[in-house]
Design a protein around this ligand. Structure first.
Ligand SMILES: Cc1cc2nc3c(=O)[nH]c(=O)nc-3n(C[C@H](O)[C@H](O)[C@H](O)COP(=O)(O)OP(=O)(O)OC[C@H]3O[C@@H](n4cnc5c(N)ncnc54)[C@H](O)[C@@H]3O)c2cc1C
Length: 388
C-alpha cells in the first residue's frame, strides 16, 4: 500500500495551488458578489493544462486522470468552490464521450476541451426529473440524417458559457433507462436556447441555466457512440467517475474554511486570551481535522479507483461513500468554522458565510446525499459491498 503522491500528481497539485493562491484567492469574494463567470481563472487553468487532465493523450489531454483532477479541484475549492466546479466541468460533459463516443467525437471534444478552446455542459436534469433521471422526457426523433430534439433541461452548470452540451433524450418509445440516448449539441444550433439563469444561494461564479431545445436539429453523427439506448449508461458511468471530484470540492472547501478560522482563533481574544486557547474551540478544530483527513482518504482512494477503471455499477458504492462523506464534511466544517468567528463569521467581510452557502450545493448536485445512500444500501443488500 502506497500513500504518497507520484511526482506527476505532486506537480499538478503545486500548479493548482499556485493558481489558487495567486489568482483565485484575491478574486473569490468578487466572483461571488458579481455572479460573473471568471474567464481570467479559466484562462489560467487552460494555460497550465489543467483543463485536459482527464482527457487521454491521443485526444489532446495529458491523460493524467481523475486523481489529478481531484487534487487540482481541491486546491481551487480552498478559496472558491465555483472555481473548483469550473475545473470539474472539464470532465463532466467530456466523460460521456470518452466512455461511449466514437473516434471523431473523442477527438472533437477531447482536443477542444483540453486546449480550452471549447467548454461543455452536462444536460440530464429536467423540470420533472432530477433524481429520477431514468424517466426523463426530452425527445429525439430521427429525421433523415438528423435527429430533432425537443425538451427542457434545468439547473445546468455552465449552461450559459457552453459551446456544446451533452443532452440526454429519449429516442424511442421504450420507457425508462433503455430508451435514453446521448447527443452532442452545438450551442449555436438553431433551436438551442438558454431560457433563463438561476438566482442561487452559492457557487455563483458558474451560472446555472435553464436550457430549452425546440426542434433542435442535430446531425446523426452526433449521437454519442452512434448507438441508440446507451445514453443512460453513459450518464451513470460519467456520474460515478466524477463523484470523487465532487467530493474533492467539499474537501478543499473544508480545508480552506478551517484554515481561515484557525488563523482567526489565534488572534481573536475573549476573557483576556486568544480563543484558540479555549479547549472547546480546540476540540472543534480537532474534529474538523479528523473529518478532513477521513474525507481526504476516501476522495483520493475513490479517484484512484476511477483511474483503475473501477467505476461500473458494482464499484459504485465506494464512489458514493466518498461523495456523500466529503460533501457533508464541507457543510459541517464550514458551519463550525463560521461559528468560531462568532458574529464576524456571519458577515460578508469574511469568506466563511460564502463557503457555507457554497457547500450546501454539494449535497444536491450529481446525485443528492439521499441518492448516494440509496446506492450504498443497494450495494450492501446485493452483496457488492461486503466485509468478509
Ligand atoms: C447549483 C446546481 C447545479 C446543477 N448542475 C447540474 C448540471 O450541470 N447538469 C444536470 O443535469 N443537473 C444539474 N443539477 C441538478 C441536480 O443534479 C439535481 O438537482 C439533483 O439530481 C436532484 O434532483 P431534483 O433537484 O429534481 O430533486 P428531486 O429528485 O426532486 O429530489 C427531492 C428530494 O427527494 C429526495 N429523493 C429523491 N429520490 C429519492 C430516493 N429514491 N430516495 C431517497 N430520497 C430521494 C432527494 O434527495 C431530495 O432531497 C444542478 C443542481 C444545482 C442545485
Amino acid at each position: 500500500m502506497e500513500f504518497t503522491l507520484s511526482e506527476e500528481h505532486r506537480l499538478i497539485q503545486e500548479t493548482a495551488r499556485r493558481i489558487a493562491k495567486e489568482k483565485i484567492a484575491p478574486r473569490a469574494a468578487e466572483i461571488d458578489e458579481t455572479q460573473e463567470y471568471p474567464h481570467d481563472i479559466f484562462a489560467a487553468f487552460k494555460e497550465t493544462g489543467l483543463t485536459g487532465l482527464t482527457i487521454p493523450q491521443q485526444y489532446g489531454g495529458s491523460g493524467s486522470g481523475m486523481l489529478s483532477l481531484a487534487l487540482a479541484v481541491e486546491e481551487a475549492a480552498k478559496y472558491c468552490c465555483a472555481s473548483g466546479l469550473m475545473l470539474l466541468l472539464s470532465a463532466l460533459p467530456t466523460q460521456p464521450v470518452m466512455i461511449g463516443g466514437d473516434e471523431r467525437q473523442k477527438k472533437w471534444i477531447g482536443e477542444g476541451v483540453a486546449s480550452g478552446a471549447i467548454k461543455g455542459a452536462f444536460c440530464l436534469t429536467e423540470p420533472n426529473h432530477g433524481s429520477d433521471a431514468a424517466n426523463l422526457e426530452t425527445r429525439a426523433v430521427r429525421d433523415g440524417d438528423d435527429y430533432v430534439l425537443n425538451g427542457e433541461k434545468m439547473y445546468i452548470s455552465g449552461g450559459t458559457v457552453a459551446d456544446y452540451i451533452v443532452a440526454f433524450a429519449r429516442t424511442n418509445g421504450t420507457p425508462g433507462p433503455k430508451g435514453i440516448s446521448a447527443f452532442l449539441v452545438d450551442t449555436k444550433s438553431p433551436g438551442f436556447r438558454v431560457a433563463g439563469q438561476d438566482r442561487k444561494m452559492g457557487v455563483r461564479g458558474v451560472p446555472t441555466a435553464d436550457i430549452v431545445l425546440e426542434d433542435c436539429r442535430v446531425p446523426r453523427e452526433n449521437l454519442v457512440g452512434g448507438v441508440e439506448g446507451a445514453g443512460f449508461n453513459h450518464a451513470m458511468l460519467t456520474l460515478n467517475s466524477c463523484r470523487p471530484v465532487v467530493g474533492s470540492r467539499g474537501l478543499g472547501l473544508a480545508e480552506g474554511a478551517m484554515t481561515y478560522a484557525l488563523e482567526f482563533a489565534r488572534k481573536r481574544e475573549a476573557f483576556g486570551r486568544p480563543i484558540a486557547d479555549l479547549q472547546a474551540i480546540q476540540f472543534m478544530f480537532a474534529d474538523m481535522a479528523i473529518q478532513i483527513e477521513a474525507a481526504r482518504m476516501l476522495v483520493y482512494q475513490a479517484a484512484w479507483r476511477v483511474d483503475q477503471g473501477l467505476y461500473t455499477r458494482e464499484h459504485a458504492a465506494y464512489l458514493s461513500i466518498a461523495k456523500v462523506y466529503a460533501t457533508e464534511v464541507g457543510v459541517k466544517v464550514s458551519s463550525d468554522a463560521l461559528q468560531v468567528l462568532g458574529a464576524q463569521g456571519y458577515m460578508m467581510d469574511h469568506p466563511l458565510e460564502r463557503h457555507y452557502r457554497d457547500a450546501r450545493q454539494l449535497m444536491i448536485v450529481e446525485g443528492t446525499s439521499q441518492v448516494q445512500r440509496v446506492v450504498i444500501a443497494r450495494s450492501l443488500l446485493e452483496r457488492e459491498l461486503v466485509y468478509p
